[in-house]
Ligand binder design. Structure first.
Ligand SMILES: Cc1cc2nc3c(=O)[nH]c(=O)nc-3n(C[C@H](O)[C@H](O)[C@H](O)COP(=O)(O)OP(=O)(O)OC[C@H]3O[C@@H](n4cnc5c(N)ncnc54)[C@H](O)[C@@H]3O)c2cc1C
Length: 287
């Protein structure tokens, strides 16, 4: 459980970090909270020769409102998300989801940027970011670009990040006032990754679902957007048959691996239940 040898770098600006990563090449990795990368290095599943610590870069921190969007610096910790009254009021589902990640010790160190950049299908934030229609600002040697969260995840631990690019911030459109939301996560014990989880953001009008977005965590090698499941409830009063149709449409796109959290069929089954529960709870919260 001792990592291989590496050199440690601590740039003070984002520009310096980008330059370092470009100069050091393939064997360099950004280090955020270290709560995924360091355990992976201890298991020798990753053996980077250089770690570029982003902790000293002030421009990667903070939460600010920009019109109808909340912009969150990549190095903002999950604890800081939970402490933010802006997040609690504008993006309550982000508060709810952050609270379901691991335990306080992990949340003090783990960052939003590290959580979404890692490409781990078990992480909770990626599916939520897809549900909310978030986009990621990437900075690299070739300049800046914005990538929609929905286009970012390409395979397990495989994302749209190009070599040398750093995820600088996450921009999240604020859902309309009165929206309903829920993140339902089944886990074996407090602090565990999801066996299956579903995020729902919806609006209701006249007792019927007007808009709906559904995301799924740890039910495939990437986070998923369940488009057909959302379509199955739009226009309905969320009666039993609409809920069943939505769950079935979501299950149809799931392809989890069987692992210590259960066989694939079990995880798909409970994934459908998470979708139903999240829809019901979100609708009950909608104004
Ligand atoms: C015991 C335990 C339980 C956990 N349970 C959960 C859970 O239930 N749900 C959950 O969602 N997470 C869970 N986590 C993960 C944790 O929440 C962190 O979010 C996660 O470790 C990644 O964030 P980090 O800041 O630690 O990133 P790091 O570990 O520092 O980095 C992770 C990866 O992302 C890259 N990276 C980091 N930041 C950037 C950036 N800005 N730009 C480009 N690349 C970057 C790194 O190079 C590395 O490859 C758990 C972790 C532990 C140790």
């Amino acid at each position: 459980m001792i990592p291989g040898q590496f050199s440690y770098h601590r740039p003070g600006t984002l520009a310096d970090a980008v330059k370092l990563l470009a100069d050091l090449g393939d064997e360099a990795r950004p280090l955020a909270g270290g709560h995924s990368l360091i355990p992976t290095m201890k298991l020798r599943l990753a053996t980077p020769e250089h770690l570029v610590d982003l902790a000293g870069i002030g421009e990667l921190k903070g939460i600010r409102r920009d019109g109808g969007t909340v912009v969150i610096g990549a190095m903002t910790t999950q604890h800081e998300l939970l402490a933010s009254t802006d997040i609690a009021s504008a993006l309550p589902i982000l508060h709810e989801t952050a609270l379901l990640i691991a335990d306080p010790q992990v949340r003090y160190c783990g960052t939003l940027g590290g959580n979404v950049a890692n490409g781990d299908p078990g992480n909770d934030m990626p599916a939520l970011m897809m549900t909310l229609g978030a986009s990621y600002r990437l900075k690299g040697p070739g300049g800046d670009r914005d990538v929609a969260a929905r286009d970012f995840y390409q395979g397990a631990y495989f994302t749209a990040l190009e070599p040398g690019e750093i995820l600088a911030s996450v921009s999240i459109p604020v859902p309309p006032a009165g929206h309903g939301y829920a993140y339902e996560k089944l886990k074996r014990k407090v602090g565990d990754y999801a066996t299956a989880a579903a995020a729902v953001v919806l609006t209701m009008s006249g007792g019927k679902v007007a808009t709906c977005s559904i995301g799924l965590t740890n039910l495939s090698e990437t986070p998923l957007v369940a488009e057909a499941a959302a379509q199955a409830v739009i226009g309905s009063a969320l009666d039993a048959s609409a809920l069943k149709n939505a769950a079935a449409a979501a299950v149809a796109i799931m392809s989890p691996a069987g692992d210590g959290r259960g066989p694939a069929e079990y995880r798909k089954h409970v994934g459908g239940i998470m979708v139903e529960r999240a829809l019901k709870r979100a609708a009950a919260k909608a104004a």
